[in-house]
Design a protein around this ligand. Sequence first.
Ligand code: ATP
Ligand code: MG
Ligand code: MG
Length: 371
Amino acid sequence: QALGYETVVLDPDASSPAGRVSQHFVQADYRDLSALRVLADDASAITTEFENVPAEALAALAVNRPVSPSAECVAIAQDRIREKAHFTRCAARAEQAPSGLGGVAPAPYAVIQTAADLAAVPESLLPGVLKTARMGYDGKGQARVATREALAAEWHDMGGVPCVLEQLLPLALECSVIVARGRDGQVVSLPVQRNLHRDGILAVTEVYEGNLPPALAQQAQAATEAIANELNYVGVLCVEYFVLQDGRLVVNEMAPRPHNSGHYTVDACDVSQFELQVRTLAGLPLAAPRQHSAAIMLNLLGDLWYTASGEPHTPPWADVLALPGAHLHLYGKTEARRGRKMGHLTLTGPSAAAVRATALRAAELLGMPAF
Ligand code: ATP
Ligand code: MG
Ligand code: MG
C-alpha cells in the first residue's frame, strides 16, 4: 500500500491483523476454491506470508496469475524431508564449486516414515531431536530424545506421522540470512542476523558489525544465495543456521517468506524485508539494502501481559518508549496467550555497544531475561 498498490488479504481468521490493515479482505479457508478464484480475478500478483498455506492452493492460483514463491518452493519448505534433501544437494554442489567457502550441510539426520525406518535409525543420531516433517513452528511438533525407547514413544505420541530425527548438536549460537530473489535471478542479501531462541521460540535478534565472525557470516550468505538459486526461488527467503561449538556452520531450516528475524529491517535498513517482498512480487528492481543503524529486536510474547503471579497487566510501554531508538510494533492481536507473538520491539542505535545497552534496559523494564 505504501508503494501505491491496492492490496487484498485472504485469511481464514476474521480477526487477522493483516486483514484489518489491508484495503480488501477475504475471509476464507485456504482450500476454498471459489474464494481463491475471487482473489485470482482481482490480483495482478499473489504471494504468501504464511508457510503452511496448502501448496495446492498456490498451484491453483498460479494457473492464471504470477504466484511467488512458487507452489513447488513452498512445498519443499513445508516438508523437512524435502527441505533437508535440498540442503544436502546444495552442500554437495558447493563442495565442487571454486568459491572456496565449502558446502553447508544440515545436521546428520534420518527420515522416519515407517516402523522399519525407526528400527534402522543409527545409534549415532542419539541423543537427537525428533521433528514432524510438516506443520511444526516455534518448537512445536518436536521432542528431544536420548534413547531408542524414548524415540519410539515420542514417534508414537506424534501419531506415527512422517518425521526426521536429527542429531542433537552442541550449539555455540544461531543465525539466519534473508535474501530476496527476483524473477530475473537477481539476488540481494540482508546482513547476517544473530538469533537467540528460548524454549524453541525466537527471543532476540542482534544485527550489527561483529555480531558473528566475518568468515562465518560470509559463508552463511553464500550458502543462502545458493539455496535460493538452486530452487530458482522468487521472493523473500530466510534460512536459519546453527554455529557449532567447534565453529562449523550447519543449515537448520528455511522459511519461504519475510521472517521474524528480519523485522528489524523496518527500522534499521533503508529497504525492509517487506518492501523486498513487494519488489520481487511486482517485478521491480531489487536495490541492495543498506543497514543504517545497529539493531536489536526483542520479541514480545503474550507472557509479558501477565505479572509473575499470573495477573493480567499492561507492559510498561511508556518507560520502554523513553529509551532512545525504541520502535514498538504491536500486531493488534486481541488475546495475549503465553508463547504467542504479540509484537516486537526494535532498538536502533549508532553502535553495537549503544544498542546493547538500551536493549538490555528494555528487557529489564519488561521483565525479560538478559542476553
Ligand atoms: P521456527 O519457529 O523457527 O520455524 P521450528 O519449530 O521449525 O522453529 P527448529 O528451527 O527446527 O523448529 O528448532 C527450534 C530450535 O530448537 C532451534 O532454533 C534450536 O535452538 C533448537 N534445535 C533444533 N534442532 C536442533 C538440533 N538438531 N540440535 C540442537 N538444537 C536444535
Ligand atoms: Mg520452522
Ligand atoms: Mg526454526
